[in-house]
Design a protein around this ligand. Structure first.
Ligand SMILES: [Zn+2]
Ligand SMILES: [Zn+2]
Length: 178
């Protein structure tokens, strides 16, 4: 088929339909990336990944692990205080650190993160200019929930849960490896 300018235009409707069906939504796309980022985490107690996004672009990524150059939990063990590991930097904090180091503003960005944030991360994210948090797994923290209610009431930040469906992830992997 030729278009009005004489160029050959090819549209395989079956293939196009398949691509359209498999193609991840934006939520799937960014959460999948956050999930892959979490595989780089070095604290065996919990592996968290996060990605800051604005206008469809990825600004920074982060996963939880020891400060740069220092020993990792998987090598030296976690330093546990009150049931929490104090060796690893949280994924959300590493997103902010990466942005700071590279001179990237997170103003107005959305953070996709694999787990509900702790209250310290929430406060840092607010002050870094993050306007929306999309998390996958609930990780109960009553202080975060309390602060979030106030922050949402004041219109400072929004939060929502988005769960990747395992069947969709399997579909993506099949697509990549078949
Ligand atoms: Zn640890
Ligand atoms: Zn945290």
């Amino acid at each position: 088929m030729k278009d009005e300018d004489g160029f050959e235009v090819v549209l395989d409707r079956k293939k196009a339909e398949r691509v359209r069906r498999v193609r991840p939504s934006k939520d799937e796309y960014f959460m999948l990336i956050a999930k892959f980022v979490s595989l780089r985490a070095t604290c065996p107690r919990l592996r968290v990944g996060a990605v800051a996004v604005k206008d469809g672009y990825i600004l920074a990524t982060g996963y939880n692990g020891a400060p740069r150059g220092m020993d990792h939990c998987i090598d030296k063990g976690c330093i546990v205080v009150d049931g929490h590991c104090h060796r690893a930097v949280h994924a959300e904090q590493n997103v902010i650190a990466m942005a700071a180091r590279k001179g990237i503003s997170l103003e107005g960005a959305t953070l996709y993160v694999t787990h509900f944030p702790c209250d310290t991360c929430l406060k840092l994210l607010i002050n870094a200019g993050i306007k929306e948090i999309v998390y996958e797994e609930m990780y109960p923290n009553s202080v975060t929930e309390l602060l979030l209610r106030e922050a949402e009431d004041k219109g400072i930040i929004r939060i929502r849960q988005f769960r990747l469906r395992e069947e969709r992830v399997r579909e993506f992997l099949r697509e990549l490896f078949e």
